[in-house]
Design a protein around this ligand. Structure first.
Ligand SMILES: N[C@@H](CCC(=O)N[C@@H](CS)C(=O)NCC(=O)O)C(=O)O
Length: 226
């Protein structure tokens, strides 16, 4: 299988699929397409040849069959690898894990907008200012904190549903954002954030993102003063 991804430093959606496959030790080749937001950019032509949606990540199976969008990729990986508990084995826990992934997929838009993924950069002052001024951001972090606490209390941790699952892969970029912007969370949520950041698959992704050293001005609202 081949996973097409964007820059590891910036592409939060790529991180979800990459971390999911790595966490379960599923072999895959990785092809990084440098994100370029200009119309007609080369990476989009390459990408559109494998996926009509034109977004990363895309998982291409050995026979060329392409699956795009992180939710569909998680389902395809779970179907292809029933030996792994990609989703929790218990039906209700599985439904709850899917609810959280779907909520992440469509929600937390304020957090995603004002605290963009940028693994190599630390913005505690920006985070403090946002925290003081942005009601919508605080409300989303409160919802996130409650969702994490509920799942952890029900499972006993250390991950949302006990062992590492797709739900944790979906929240890995959120753990990065909370840490890079120093956003305050409860003790239970902070312990989970740190467990997630210390997971080997997440650590590897972060280490590779740090090595990228590829500044993309379009993804940098804070380091360019825009
Ligand atoms: N809903 C998609 C979102 C994918 C997405 O927005 N990927 C970004 C990179 S993180 C992208 O390809 N952006 C390029 C664009 O939108 O033109 C998923 O879950 O995979």
């Amino acid at each position: 299988m081949k996973l097409y991804i964007g820059n590891k430093n910036y592409s939060s959606w790529s991180m979800r699929s990459g971390v999911l496959l790595a966490a379960f030790g599923i072999a895959f080749e990785e092809e990084m397409l440098r994100l370029d937001f200009n119309p007609g950019a080369e990476w989009r032509r390459t990408l559109c040849a494998v996926s009509p949606a034109g977004k990363v990540p895309v998982l291409v199976d050995d026979d060329g069959f392409a699956v795009w969008d992180t939710l569909a990729i998680a389902e395809f990986v779970a179907d292809s690898h029933p030996e792994h508990a990609i989703w929790p084995r218990d039906a209700r826990a599985r439904a709850r894990a899917r609810s959280l992934c779907a909520e992440m997929h469509t929600g937390f838009t304020r957090l995603r907008t004002v605290c963009p993924m940028n693994i190599e950069a630390f913005f505690p002052e920006v985070g403090a200012k946002l925290w003081a001024e942005d009601d919508a951001l605080r409300a989303e972090v409160a919802r996130l904190d409650a969702a994490w606490r509920d799942a952890l209390a029900a499972s006993g941790g250390p991950f949302l549903f006990g062992g590492f699952s797709a739900a944790d892969a979906f929240f890995a970029p959120v753990a990065v954002r909370l840490s890079r912007f120093s956003l305050p969370v409860s003790d239970a949520a902070a312990a989970y954030r740190d467990a997630l950041l210390a997971h080997p698959a997440v650590e590897d992704w972060i280490a590779e993102a740090m090595r990228e050293q590829d500044f993309l001005a379009e993804a940098e609202p804070y380091r360019t003063g825009r």
